[in-house]
Each structure stands twice: as C-alpha cells, then as structure tokens.
Write a protein that binds this ligand. Structure first.
Ligand SMILES: [Fe+2]
Length: 359
C-alpha cells in the first residue's frame, strides 16, 4: 500500500493536477461497500448524493480509513479533521446524463436556471429576474442552497477544499464506462484565474472577473458555467490529446482509468466532469472532499460542516452561516488558499517550491 508518493509521482501530480493510486483500498473493503451501495440504491437510479445513512455508514467511510489513503493524505497534506461523510456516486448503465459532460471546478451553486436565453443578463451572467431563482436578498444573505455566496459580504461565490479523493468500486479501465474525467494540467490556470479575480478586486468565483455564472450554448440554451472563461478557451488546445481514444467522444477530457480498489487524488482546482456511462454495468465511485486543518478555525471537526462530503466547508453543510471569532477570517483564508493552492500540501513543498526557484 502506498503511504507516500515517490518523487516521480509527486512531479506527475504537480504537472497534471491529479494522480491515480493503484490498489489503494483492499478488495474486501471494496466488495463490502459495493454490496451495501447496490442494496441501498434502487436499480438504475442515478444519485449524486446517496442517503445520509449510506454516505456515513462505517462500511463506506472505511474505504478511506481502512486504506492507505489516510496515511497518504497525512503525508502529502498534513493534518485534517475526521471525514464523517462522502459522496456515493452511481451512474447506471447506458446512461447519457443528458449528453455533454458538465466540466466544472467544484464549489459553485447548482440550482435551477432559466430555460430561455432571453431571461439571462449576459453581461452579469445572472437571471434578469434573479429573485425567482436565487431567492430574496441573495446579495446580502446568500439564502439559496447555501452556496450562491460563501460569505455574507458576497466576496466569494465558490466553495473550496484541498483534495478530492475518488475511490473506484467498478471497473473503469476502458474509456466510455462513466469515468471521472479531467482537464489535465489546467489546475494552475484555474489558480491563475482566481489570482486575477483577487488582483482586480473582483468577486472570487462565478460572477467575478472572467467567470459569468450562466452562459448560452451554441444551440441557444442557458447553462450553468462551471469554468472560468480562460479555462473554457483552453479546451480546444487539449482536444488533440485524446482524439484517438476509442469510445471516447470528449477529447478535451482525459478519462481517469481505474480498476476497483484504485483511487484518484485531485486538487480542488483540477477541472473535472462525470462522463456518460455507455457501458453495461453501473459505474460506482465514492468521493471524499478533504480540507487540510486550518489553525484557529473553531469549526474544524464540527459535524455541522460535513467534512468529507461538503465542497463549502466555510459554511455549515446545509448552508448555515457559522460564527467566527475576530481572530480567524475564514473568507480571506480561503481566498489565500485558492490563490496559492499548493500551500496546503506540506509533502509537496520540495517539488512545488522548486518550480518557483527555476522559473
Ligand atoms: Fe465535481
């Protein structure tokens, strides 16, 4: 079992923004969890969030704690609060997910949006009649779904964490079987987009500089825009990389190929997407979102935060604003980390510092 990455693996991780850990989880734990998941979810029902009783069940949480991933993350990042929940993600066979994968950076609001392009203010990337979608006074309170705004002052519109850990429970070694897929290597450009927003005094995230919250597709339909424009512009460059993969119609995305027991580790800033499962078997992954311990934060380890499943751990899992002492500014801390995303990776410092010395 891998309790630390080799130097070569760390260099790869730095370059790509993700890395696959082979045989991270013992087969017995995978089998037990898979049985539990299949018994708990109705046949062919796709659910992004499984029932809480399943997502917090010891048989599921032990996929992390019974594997090398706990020690690996401690070595790579440093301390982090206990993981109490996760995302159980099942994609049924022959599922199209409505067509194109929705590539995104985690943390944005994802509620209902207008059906018609006429209803979108393109300059702001917001509905013209925002109250109908965002609720009353969203500019002050962030009432809608807990994630429209991360802070009460509307400085930040994206949640964030340190590492996404995806554990594979079904064979995903052949492209087209519902792989987790990434815009390989664009994590640094996502960091650059956040830096640009910070340096222009903008909102950090959607509705900030270079990131309309909603856009209109070439077919004229509004869609939630999960990526800064600078990243969307790079998708065409990436398309050459994977254009010859059989059964893989999304060449800008790199499919993360895994077998049961493998795990993928990705930075929060690594743009990613679930992809349609064109194969005959359910695609099952379990995702943990891990944030390195933040000194001075009184809510570290509180169950209200939902550490492990939440992509917005500066607020309560259900969107509640938490009280913070004057000595700790959770919003500025998150902006600082979004704009310096290797800062929370203690075990990567020798590799990432080298980058700045040689540039
Ligand atoms: Fe995601």
């Amino acid at each position: 079992m891998t309790e630390d990455l080799s130097r070569k693996q760390k260099r790869q991780f730095k370059k790509d923004g993700f890395i696959v850990i082979k045989n991270a989880v013992p087969a017995a734990l995978i089998d037990r969890a898979k049985e539990k998941i299949l018994a708990s979810l109705p046949d062919n029902e796709r659910r992004l969030l499984a029932p809480a009783a399943l997502a917090t069940h010891p048989d599921i949480i032990s996929l992390f704690y019974g594997s090398c991933l706990d020690a690996l993350l401690h070595n790579l990042m440093g301390p982090f609060p206990p993981l109490i929940s996760c995302q159980v993600a099942m994609t049924p066979p022959f599922d199209q997910l409505g067509g194109e994968p929705g590539t995104h950076v985690d943390g944005s609001w994802s509620g209902d949006i207008p059906d018609s392009a006429d209803e979108i203010d393109l300059k702001l990337g917001r509905p013209k009649h925002a109250v109908a979608y965002f609720g009353e006074n969203d500019e002050k309170r962030g009432t809608n779904d807990g994630q429209l705004w991360i802070d009460p002052e509307r400085r930040i519109s994206t949640g964030s964490y340190t590492a996404l850990v995806g554990i594979c429970l079904s064979d995903q070694s052949i492209p087209g079987n519902g792989q987790f897929a990434v815009l390989k290597g664009l994590h640094e450009e996502v960091e650059a987009a956040f830096i640009k927003q910070r340096d222009t005094g903008s909102i950090i995230g959607p509705e900030g500089t270079g990131w309309p919250r909603m856009k209109i597709s070439r077919r004229g339909a509004p869609y939630m825009n999960g990526l800064p424009d600078a990243i969307r512009a790079r998708k065409a460059d990436l398309a050459a990389a994977n254009k010859n993969i059989d059964g893989w119609p999304w060449p800008e995305l790199t499919p993360v190929l895994m077998e049961p027991g493998d795990a993928v580790l990705a930075l929060h800033s690594c743009p990613h997407a679930p992809t349609p499962n064109l194969g005959p078997n359910p695609r099952i992954n379990v995702y943990f979102r891990v944030r390195r311990l933040r000194q001075g934060n009184p809510h570290e380890g509180s169950r209200r935060v939902g550490h492990g499943v939440s992509d917005h751990p500066d607020r309560g899992y259900f969107g509640q604003f938490l009280e913070y002492p004057d000595s700790y500014d959770p919003w500025q801390t998150s902006i600082d980390k979004l704009c310096n995303h290797w800062d929370e990776w203690d075990g990567m410092q020798a590799i990432t510092k080298k980058r700045s010395q040689t540039n």
